[in-house]
Design a protein around this ligand. Structure first.
Ligand code: IPT
Length: 994
């Protein structure tokens, strides 16, 4: 046994005897990088199979959720409850540094950025948290989470260059302190901490850089982090695994996105993408730690000009969950997190240029928090199964899947996971891409010998892109299943009975056997029952009618998969649960005295509930706190119909609002005063990515503190009269646009394509008058800063703004001024954070905030629908009053742009502001997003709202917004906690605004 595993084994063993010696070590104790090391706490421990929490062996089944992509703290609990209802027991969170330290040295984490509140909420819901604060996170976030001012750090990012390390200290000290406070050692939910992110590859610098990794870990320890460190190598490369010395983490993990991100071809599962060696690589790389996958593909990102979430969903759907997740179980994963469980929104410019506003990710929970996707339901089946299968955690996975051993069929491959408390045989198509159903039989080793299954005749079927877990010698309370071809959803031992729920796909033949000497049983029609191998064998064909087999006090509910999808297993205490059949969502169940209170959501189609396993002393039923009368059915289960009367929703017609208009491009007007603008006078730059540096002074926006949203440049020169054209090289990131004026004469635009992060254009100039001053105004859309996935090139530093220019035919020098958001790093809006507003005139003035001074604006009945007749930027704002039944209903709302290029009259971009939060960037000529969900809490459902649209027409004929509407999704009766409207200030005249 390696020294490392001895230390672990000793520690684990000590749990039951004297663990106290490990408690109470000072938080400042650093691990020096030498191994083996002692743990700093004794609550989260592990062996080669799994984690233990407080001495109890657990599977960690987690989903990634970014609180920063849902800026409504009172809705965090809603998402967390939806995660918990799946049967997951943890969430993994990234934290976006760029939002919290917009100005070096000033850390702010309040209001919508309140991680203290988030971690409190996770604890209250009963989920563990894996904390992943970076400092680098990737995450399709602007700069990969790095604040823009890191562009001015000369050293290599994510290395131990001292200026980079120093830049991270304040953030990690502050966020580390918040996370530390919420560790499980302090009664909080945080059980693991991930330093760095996918520290897996570099170009041109030393790699792996153990000093760097160790620094990141020491920073966290210094901030008080005592829980184990987990890594997330990009692939099974063994980087920083225990035993690799300095910088090693406690628990090695690697990520996996086997199907990739090509949503263009959603029906194509690429060949050879199913991992087949992950158990073996784990045994090689980190045999003493639980097999850990901190990020596994649960959806896909989608770029500008992409295919949209429906396509991505088709690619990464419930079938992908069946085949790929089950393949991971076959490899023995016991710390498993899905990326993403809920994607959310890239509001307020938080995204990188490779993505648009929606970060739905085709995740199990949709961006508008609905749980209608089939992958949500399929995930529930798998997660609930694992929760009741503790034997899985200690079973030993076979090296790989085999053909011809556990089934004679060559078209089926099976991986055994053999254990003392049940064995698991994971079957899949040998050709995992197969969309043809195949029939097969099994030959499984059981405690009653090898058995050919089905014993009572027929064949098993594996449908298109399917995988199944067949259990053997599987404990169900006091009973044991000798085997089951039908999959297990859950089982529960109640006071007077044990209920097992199994399911199969439509019309499939299944068989299970119970080890029992019972000679009496009760079987519903459609079940064939026989005694064999000293037990009872049941064989059936799945139909949508539920059938029950009763043997002793064991009740086996036999369902089809769609019926199983409708079931929930809410916990009533740490050791007991109910089984609830029906309901759109069952969030929780609490028993107090004689009353059972279910919290849940209901829609029309699933409003009948059956509650299985109510304890004897309980007689009163409340649903969402209201007492309801129930009946008992033949099985003694409670039954109740939840009244659902669809509310009449009054959704305002946006076209009828009282729209006000103000020009948002005063910069091109004669006499515009830019004296308060920053002069671009840096003759050097620390930017090491854009090389060579081509202009007399730097025109890189981040060199002057502007890292987000629209950028404006003004170039002053005195004409010689010989000027012919202006060449401009602009860069804003994928799908960016730019427009150029000379004084108030429009010279042209780059309307953008998804493929172009930069653009070079030469604009012909009119005849200029010698000796006269002229101004070039250049508007550039910064789509976010690049990520920095590969260490070394420092791609995050890739500049935004003007990279080069040439005033052809002229000796005249140009003096450039620029602006982004008002104040730059001294950003104006501390509530909505450093990224939310860019440099548009109306943003600098704060007119996008609630209650702008509309008296100074003009009335315009046509609003954005009338639009602009020439290129420019117009701002339209209106008060929007809502009166929606938000106390008991969850009503998803979204703003929809009509995608009609012809009617628009020209390419345009629109920024959507809702009560001051930028909740949409629409690009008419690139797409794909046209529908922008905005959560309640950002919208006040019971009162006044202010919405704004900044419309940038890029082409000579101007542009109008052909259609812009508010759309309500399907309302559901909800048991979620009340949504508090986010407290964020309205407009006030801004000091020094220009
Ligand atoms: C992995 C990143 O760790 C994560 O932050 C996110 O960007 C994810 O990809 C894609 O959504 S990197 C993996 C693709 C190798």
């Amino acid at each position: 046994m390696a020294a490392r595993s001895i230390a672990v084994a000793l520690l684990t063993a000590s749990q039951n005897c004297d663990a106290s010696a490990l408690r109470g070590r000072p938080n400042t104790l650093l691990n020096t990088g030498s191994e083996p090391r002692a743990l700093l706490q004794d609550i989260v421990t592990w062996d080669e199979h799994s984690l233990f929490i407080n001495g109890e062996r657990v599977m960690i089944f987690s989903g990634e959720f970014h609180p920063y992509r849902l800026p409504v703290p009172s809705l965090w609990t809603d998402v967390l409850e939806k995660v918990k209802a799946l049967g997951l027991n943890a969430v993994s969170i990234y934290i976006d540094w760029a939002q919290l330290e917009g100005k070096p040295g000033e850390f702010r984490a309040e209001g919508v950025f309140d991680y203290d509140a988030f971690l409190t909420a996770a604890k209250a819901v009963g989920l563990y948290v894996i904390a992943r604060p970076g400092p680098y996170i990737n995450a399709e976030a602007s700069g990969g989470g790095f604040p823009g001012w890191l562009q001015r750090v000369k050293g290599h990012l994510r290395t131990n260059d001292s200026d980079y390390l120093a830049a991270t200290d304040n953030y990690v000290a502050n966020i580390g302190r918040i996370i530390a406070k919420h560790q499980i050692t302090n009664g909080g939910p945080v059980i693991l901490y991930q330093p760095e992110n996918e520290y897996s590859g570099a170009v041109g610098v030393e790699f792996p850089n153990a000093d760097y990794m160790q620094y990141v870990e020491d920073q966290a320890r210094t901030a008080g982090i005592v829980v184990p460190f987990v890594s997330n190598d990009a692939s099974p490369g063994g980087h920083n695994a225990p035993g690799t010395g300095k910088g090693a983490v406690d628990i090695y993990g690697h990520d996996g996105y086997p199907l990739g991100f090509d949503c263009a071809n959603p029906n194509t599962w690429p060949a050879g993408a199913l991992p087949t060696n992950w158990h073996a690589t784990h045994e090689n790389q980190s045999p003493s730690t639980p097999y850990t996958i901190p990020e596994f593909q649960a959806g896909s990102f989608d770029p500008w000009g992409g295919w949209g979430w429906n396509n991505c969903y088709e690619l990464i759907n419930h079938e992908q969950e069946r085949v790929f997740y089950k393949n991971n179980y076959a490899a023995g994963v016991t710390v498993f997190s899905l990326y993403m469980i809920f994607g959310g929104t890239n509001w307020g410019n938080l995204g990188h240029p490779g993505g648009y506003t929606s970060y739905d990710y085709a995740a199990p929970i949709t961006e508008d928090r609905s749980v209608t996707r089939e992958k949500y339901s399929e995930l529930k089946l798998e997660a609930q199964f694992l929760q009741v299968s503790p034997g899985y955690l200690t079973a030993t996975p076979g090296d790989k899947s085999v053909t011809g051993v556990y089934s004679p069929s060559s078209s089926v491959s099976i991986t055994p996971i053999v254990g003392a408390n049940g064995s698991f045989f994971v079957a899949r198509h040998t050709d995992y891409q197969s969309i043809e159903p195949t029939t097969y039989t099994l030959n499984l080793p059981t405690s009653r010998g090898n058995i050919t299954i089905p014993q009572l005749g027929g064949f098993l079927t594996l449908g298109r892109r399917d995988s199944k877990i067949h259990v053997v010698d599987y404990p169900v309370g006091d009973y044991t299943l000798l085997y089951s071809t039908a999959e297990i959803f859950t089982w529960k031992q109640f006071e007077d009975k044990t209920v097992l729920v199994v399911y199969g796909g439509p019309d499939e033949q299944h068989e299970l056997a119970i080890k029992t000497s019972a000679k009496n049983w009760k079987a519903d029609n459609g079940l064939t029952v026989a005694t064999k191998n000293g037990g009872l064998v049941v064989n059936w064909e799945t139909t949508s009618t539920r059938r029950i087999l009763q043997v002793g006090d064991l009740y086996i509910y036999i369902l089809d998969r769609n019926s199983a999808y409708n079931c929930w297993v809410p916990k009533t205490s740490s050791t007991s649960s109910l089984i609830v059949n029906g309901g759109y969502l069952i969030r929780s169940a609490t028993v107090s005295g004689t009353t059972l209170n279910l919290k849940g959501d209901f829609n029309q189609s699933t409003s009948t509930l059956e509650i299985i396993g109510v304890a004897k002393g309980v007689s009163v039923l409340k649903v969402n706190d209201a007492v309801l009368l129930y009946t008992k059915n033949a099985q003694g289960n409670w039954q109740i119909a939840i009244p659902y009367v669809k509310p009449v929703l009054s959704i305002p017609d946006l076209a009828k609002l009282d729209w006000k208009y103000i020009n948002s491009l005063p910069e091109i007007k004669p006499g515009y005063d830019d004296s308060k603008w920053v002069t671009a006078d840096h003759t050097t730059t620390n930017n090491t990515f854009v090389q060579p540096f081509l202009t007399p002074t730097s025109l890189f926006a981040s060199d002057y503190g502007f890292h987000t949203g629209a950028l404006l440049y003004r170039g002053h020169f005195t004409a010689a009269g010989t000027e012919k054209s202006i060449y401009l090289s602009t860069q804003g990131g994928s799908a960016f646009g730019s427009s150029v004026w000379l004084n108030d004469t429009f010279l042209g635009s780059w309307t953008g394509t998804d493929a172009s992060a930069a653009n070079n254009d030469t604009y012909t100039l009119p005849n200029l008058v010698a000796g006269k001053p002229y101004v070039l105004t250049v508007l550039i859309d910064n789509m976010g800063l690049d990520e920095n996935w590969v260490v070394g090139p420092d791609q995050m530093k890739n500049a935004r703004g003007i990279l080069n220019y040439n005033l052809a035919g002229s000796p005249a020098p140009i003096t450039w001024k620029l602006t982004g958001n008002l104040g730059g790093e001294d950003y104006a809006d501390k509530t909505r954070g450093p990224l939310n507003e860019g440099g548009l005139f109306i943003e600098r003035q704060g007119y996008h905030l609630p209650n702008p001074p509309v008296k100074q604006f003009s009335s315009c009945s046509g609003g954005p629908y009338a639009g602009l007749t020439k290129p420019g930027v117009a701002f339209y704002t209106a008060q929007l009053d809502l009166a929606l039944p938000s106390d008991t209903w969850d009503v998803p709302l979204s703003f929809v742009f009509e995608n009609n290029t012809a009617a628009a009259g020209g390419a345009y971009r629109a920024w959507l502001y809702v009560n001051g939060f930028q909740f949409g960037r629409y690009v008419s000529n690139v797409g794909p997003q046209t529908e922008f969900p905005v959560p309640e809490g950002i919208l006040n459902y019971k009162g006044e709202n202010w919405i704004g649209l900044a419309v940038w027409a890029l082409e000579s004929g101007g542009a109008k917004v052909p259609g812009f509407t508010l759309k309500a999704g399907n309302p559901v009766i909800t048991g979620r906690q009340k949504v508090e409207v986010v407290d964020a200030p309205g407009w006030k005249a801004r000091q020094g605004a220009y």
